[in-house]
Design a protein around this ligand. Structure first.
Ligand SMILES: Nc1ccn([C@H]2C[C@H](O)[C@@H](COP(=O)(O)OP(=O)(O)OP(=O)(O)O)O2)c(=O)n1
Length: 260
């Protein structure tokens, strides 16, 4: 059989579909993203993603956050991994990438893309600096994704950022300035002021559509949807028994970063 027939021959086409599904399941497990009952919902919990061409489906949104969570494992922060991917819905009718979206950029919290090994100290070297900001040279996932994107963000295109941790106060203006119109994130640390890093601006952002990863509000449960945000890592707030693999680390060492 020639390679040309590979996609159309029924046996191989079934095999391909099965393999695609398998890879999807493995990626979801590796990323620690629950298969059921969780998704991205508007932050006021009142509405689910509408079946509108303006928005991506839950399936595609879930796929994108899995990508971001897998990227988070590449972090250079010894404690917390954060991943971000940016996708745009282009004007052209041609369907190219994930869910007919065009890939714009991706990043994780690490030294700026392109920096060389040991170019920056891991921590600030003066004690007083260290107390203020430990990993000053590590830039945020969103900053890496925006700065080192492979395509421009076009004002007439719907551009979506998927990030595994709530954008901080330094990243919010960058995200808005870059022209991103939709943010899909978790509510970890949201509304917190943690000294060297604060997360207060996200809630006040008005001109960007925000979707928060959480339990499906339409499923009645004893657990508050806000508490059970479906994320896995050291900030996870869902009951321990709900997901056995809650603490998913990159390596089996004590110093391994958690993915947030
Ligand atoms: N939207 C975000 C939020 C954070 N980070 C990065 C910055 C840090 O490298 C790491 C940890 O951020 P925090 O200090 O807020 O997280 P923790 O509270 O877990 O860390 P610590 O306990 O050290 O304060 O995540 C990121 O890339 N993108």
């Amino acid at each position: 059989m020639g390679l040309g027939n590979f996609c159309v021959e029924p046996y191989f086409s079934n095999l391909r579909n099965n393999m695609t599904e398998l890879v999807g399941v493995l990626a979801a497990v590796a990323a620690g993203v629950p298969q059921h009952h969780y998704g991205f919902y508007r932050e006021n919990f009142a509405s689910t993603l509408p079946p509108d061409a303006k928005y991506v489906s839950q399936e595609v949104a879930r796929h994108c956050i899995i990508q971001a969570r897998l990227l988070a494992y590449r972090t250079e922060d010894p404690k917390v991994g954060v991943g971000a991917v940016i996708w745009a819905r282009g004007q052209s009718a041609v369907c190219r990438g994930t869910g007919c979206l065009d890939f714009v950029g991706c990043g994780y919290n690490a030294y700026p893309a392109g920096s060389h090994y040991a170019e920056y100290p891991q921590m600030d070297n003066k004690q007083e600096d260290r107390q203020r900001r430990k990993y000053r040279y590590i830039i945020h996932a969103e900053q890496n994704a925006i700065t080192f994107r492979s395509q421009n963000i076009k004002p007439d295109e719907l551009t979506m950022l998927f990030v595994t941790k709530c954008p901080c106060d330094e990243c919010v203006p960058l995200i808005r300035g870059a022209g991103i119109t939709h943010i899909y994130t978790s509510d970890h640390d949201r509304d917190k002021d943690k000294g060297d890093i604060s997360y207060l601006r996200f809630s006040t952002l008005k001109d960007i559509s925000k979707f928060v990863w959480q339990r499906n509000p339409s499923i009645s449960s004893g657990t508050s949807s806000h508490l059970a945000n479906g994320c896995i890592g050291k900030h996870s707030r869902q009951p321990e028994q709900e997901y056995g693999n809650k603490k998913l680390c990159t390596k089996n060492t004590r110093a391994s970063p958690t993915v947030s």
